[in-house]
Design a protein around this ligand. Structure first.
Ligand code: PLP
Length: 345
C-alpha cells in the first residue's frame, strides 16, 4: 500500500498553511476585533466566512452518508481538479494518466501545471481495462483520472475495472461522478473506507441545478482532505454560496423530483431519437445527456442553431467523429428538439 508522504510533493508536505483569524479563534464571542473587518454592514456579509465550511459539510455528510472530515469543497469541480495537480504533481517531472475521450478540464489543468497528460483510448463500447491504464503509468505517474458516467460518452465505466485500477495503482485515482445522480449505478463514496488512494469528485452543477454558484465536492480519506485544505485559498467558498447551498440541501425532495422527471424525459427522448432516420447511432447513457452519431454532425449542429436549439458538437473529439452531445431538457424543450430534427434533411 502506498504511503501518502511518498506521493505528495515535498514542498506541500512541508507547507505551513496560512492561518486566518477564523482559524485561530473559533468560539463564540460578543466582540470581534481580530480580523480588521468593518463592524457595520447592510446584508450580513461583513464577517469572513468559515474557511472550512463546517455547517455545509455537516449537511452534505448527512445527505451522502460520509464523515464531514472526508469532504473538500471547491469553486466548482475546477478547484479540486487543479488542486490535485498542485498537491501531487511535480511540474516538469510527474505525469498523469486519463481515459480518452473524457471531460476536457483534466488536460487543461495538467497543462496549466506543466504536468504531462497521458491519454488511454477507450474501447469501442467506450469502456476501459485497468491493465491498459496501468500500462501507461510509470514511477512518475501520480494521478489516474476516471469519469463515470463519462462525459461526453454518457456511459458508466466497468465497476470491476475501476476497482482493479484503484487496487493496483500506486498513486491517486480520481473518479469524477458529476453525473452519478442520473445513474443506475451506486456512487463509490461507500467504498472510500476500503480504498485510501481513491478520490471522488461530485458537483452542485448538474442534478442540484446550481451551476451558477460554482460549488464542487471532493470526497477522500481525511488525510488527503487535510492536505487539500492546506493548499486551497483560505476563504475559497464565500458566505453567499454557503448560505445558498445549505438552503438547497434542505430541498432534497425537490432535487429528487427533478432527477425523476429528467430520467423519464431521457427514456422518452431515447424512444423518439431512435425513430429518427437522421440518427445513425444512439449510445447508451447513464447521465442527463445523449451522445448520438449522425451522418453530418457539423451540418446538423448548424441546422439546429438556426432552429434556436444549441447542442454540443463533439465531432472533433476522439472516438466521437460524427457525434453530437444533447442534454435532456424540459418536456417542451425536448419536443422542440425532436420537431427540429424531424425537419432535418
Ligand atoms: C459538468 C461536469 C463537471 C462540473 O464541473 P463544475 O466545475 O463543478 O461545474 C465536472 N465533471 C464533469 C465530467 C462534468 O461533465
Amino acid at each position: 500500500m502506498m504511503k501518502l508522504e511518498q506521493i505528495v510533493r515535498r514542498n506541500i508536505l512541508n507547507l505551513i498553511p496560512y492561518s486566518s483569524a477564523r482559524d485561530e479563534f473559533k468560539g463564540k464571542a460578543s466582540v470581534y476585533l481580530d480580523a480588521n473587518e468593518n463592524p457595520y454592514q447592510l446584508y450580513r456579509m461583513n464577517r469572513y466566512p468559515d474557511p472550512l465550511q463546517w455547517k455545509v459539510k455537516a449537511a452534505i455528510a448527512e445527505a451522502k452518508g460520509v464523515e464531514k472530515e472526508r469532504i473538500f469543497l471547491g469553486v466548482g469541480s475546477d478547484e479540486p481538479i487543479d488542486n490535485v495537480f498542485r498537491v501531487f504533481c511535480e511540474p516538469g517531472k510527474d505525469n498523469v494518466v486519463a481515459i480518452e475521450p473524457t471531460y476536457g478540464m483534466y488536460k487543461v489543468a495538467a497543462e496549466i501545471n506543466n504536468v504531462e497528460y497521458r491519454k488511454v483510448l477507450l474501447n469501442e463500447s467506450f469502456d476501459f481495462t485497468a491493465d491498459s491504464l496501468l500500462q501507461a503509468t510509470d514511477r512518475h505517474s501520480k494521478l489516474i483520472f476516471l469519469c463515470s458516467p463519462n462525459n461526453p460518452t454518457g456511459n458508466c465505466l466497468n465497476r470491476n475495472e475501476i476497482i482493479r485500477t484503484v487496487e493496483q495503482f500506486n498513486g491517486i485515482v480520481v473518479l469524477d461522478e458529476a453525473y452519478i445522480d442520473f445513474s443506475g449505478q451506486p456512487s463509490f463514496i461507500g467504498e472510500l473506507d476500503r480504498y485510501p488512494n481513491l478520490m471522488i469528485f461530485q458537483t452542485f452543477s448538474k442534478a442540484w441545478a446550481s451551476a451558477a454558484v460554482r460549488l464542487g465536492m471532493a470526497f477522500a480519506g481525511a488525510d488527503i482532505i487535510g492536505i487539500m485544505n492546506k493548499v486551497k485559498y483560505p476563504y475559497n467558498i464565500n458566505q453567499l454560496t454557503q448560505d445558498y447551498v445549505l438552503q438547497m440541501l434542505s430541498e432534497r425532495k425537490q432535487v429528487q423530483q427533478w432527477v425523476d422527471t429528467l430520467l423519464k424525459e431521457r427514456e422518452k427522448l431515447r424512444q423518439q431519437l431512435s425513430e429518427l432516420p437522421c440518427i445513425e447511432n444512439l449510445y447508451p447513457t447513464d447521465a442527463n445527456f445523449f451522445l448520438v452519431k449522425v451522418a453530418n454532425a457539423d451540418a446538423m449542429y448548424r441546422f439546429l442553431i438556426e432552429k434556436g436549439v444549441i447542442v454540443r458538437n463533439r465531432n472533433t473529439v476522439s472516438l466521437c467523429a460524427g457525434c453530437l452531445r444533447i442534454t435532456v431538457g424540459t418536456p417542451e424543450e425536448n419536443k422542440t428538439l425532436i420537431n427540429a430534427l424531424q425537419q432535418f434533411r
